[in-house]
Design a binder for this molecule. Structure first.
Ligand SMILES: [Zn+2]
Length: 376
């Protein structure tokens, strides 16, 4: 019988690791990139095509799904997996980040967050207990603890008190998770380290989470505008404060070079809207840096988006055709650009895993960065 959740590290290279998370719905090879399926869809892609790109797991957003179509409705329809036609692991966020960035907050207290929907103004409450309940109703396999976020520009006092509240909410999230509910044998829970860019806050947060005990640990509150250098500065100490034997997930990151640098610093899991969102606006990621396919210089370019890419788009269609589709506002343009970008990210993760396994990560990363910067 497959264990509920396990993580095996196969090789390390410096601080980087490659391994496998095993869950009942399948294995997740790490370092892993999770395409974002905000509203029960990885936008512009069918689940089979997401899987074909090499994705082992996708992410769903609690905030969006609780508002539309509603967690109870998804549950009545058999859960997110059957509803959207994806049978492998799904991670859901707690809703904390999005409620605080998208909704109109009406009350913020120790109990939770009261807010008005950005869709229709209806009133809702999100608390640690309700967040876990929603994630369970959705059928999530990796449930995230509910946390409180404040801007990185906040004072130290505000940052410290948000981190401390997040740790109290982490305990309430864990207790709600342990109280059972649906799909209890099929899911795991991750805690989220907070503390902005402060090493001491991060250490206190890590220690509080470890005391509670989680299946994996996320690093939250980064990639919110602090810049790559500051983020890497934090990642020079934050992953090492978390248990070595558990997966570490850097939330909401990021650009290709962010991911390469974070893998070098010991991060195992990532999610970001960048490959899908960029695909819909005409930006393609390539090994020579990102390109904007709308640019006139591609109008008669018969080459593929990226000559080194193994995706079905690069194997079939030219830059000139994609340029035409995107300029003409054709739906297929968004679909093909997204598919290529998701493949680009998954190929990058596979290359990182192979490089770690063969002990040549530094050479791979340096080569990746120099090629990527050369085309920009
Ligand atoms: Zn491609």
């Amino acid at each position: 019988m497959t264990a509920r959740f396990s993580f095996a590290i196969h090789a390390t290279d410096g601080r980087a690791r490659t391994g496998t998370i095993t869950m009942k719905r399948g294995e997740i090879r790490t370092p892993a990139f999770m395409p974002v399926g905000t509203a029960a869809t990885v936008k512009a892609m069918k689940p089979g095509d997401v899987r074909a790109s090499g994705a082992d797991i996708i992410l769903g957003n609690t905030y969006h799904l609780m508002l539309r179509p509603g967690a109870e409705r998804v549950d009545r329809l058999g859960g997110l997996h059957g509803f959207m036609g994806w049978d492998r692991p799904i991670l859901t966020d707690s809703g904390g980040y999005q409620v605080m960035s998208l909704a109109e907050l009406t009350k913020r207290s120790e109990d939770g967050v009261a807010f008005k929907s950005h869709l229709d103004g209806t009133r809702h409450l999100l608390s640690p207990e309700r967040s876990i309940e929603i994630q369970r109703l959705l059928g999530s396999n990796i449930v995230m603890a509910f946390d409180e976020l404040v801007p990185t520009t906040s004072t130290r006092e505000v940052q410290a008190s948000a981190m401390e509240r997040s740790m109290r909410w982490a305990k309430r999230s864990r207790d709600a998770f342990d109280a059972g509910g649906q799909h209890a044998e099929d899911n795991a829970i991750f805690g989220i380290q907070q503390g902005a860019l402060d090493e001491g806050f991060r250490k206190s947060s890590a220690d509080a989470l470890i005391d509670i005990g989680f299946d994996g640990y996320a690093i939250g509150g980064l990639a919110v505008g602090e810049g790559q250098e500051a983020m890497f500065g934090c990642l020079d100490f934050a992953p090492g404060q978390l248990p070595v034997e558990k997966p570490r997930y850097l939330m909401g990151v990021g650009k290709p070079t962010d991911i390469v640098g974070a893998v070098e610093r010991g991060v195992d899991m990532f999610d970001c809207v960048l490959p899908t969102r960029s695909g819909r606006t005409g930006q393609a990621f390539t090994r020579q840096g990102p390109i904007n396919i709308r640019n006139a210089r591609f109008a008669e370019d018969q080459g593929p988006l990226d000559p080194a890419c193994g995706c079905p788009v690069c194997g079939t269609w030219s830059r000139a055709y994609l340029h035409h589709l995107v300029r003409a506002g054709e739906i297929l343009g968004a679909m093909l650009m997204t598919e290529h970008n998701i493949w680009f990210y998954q190929q990058m993760m596979a290359d990182l895993r192979a490089a770690i396994g063969e002990g040549r990560l530094t050479a791979f990363a340096d080569d990746f960065r120099s090629r990527y910067a050369a085309g920009q």
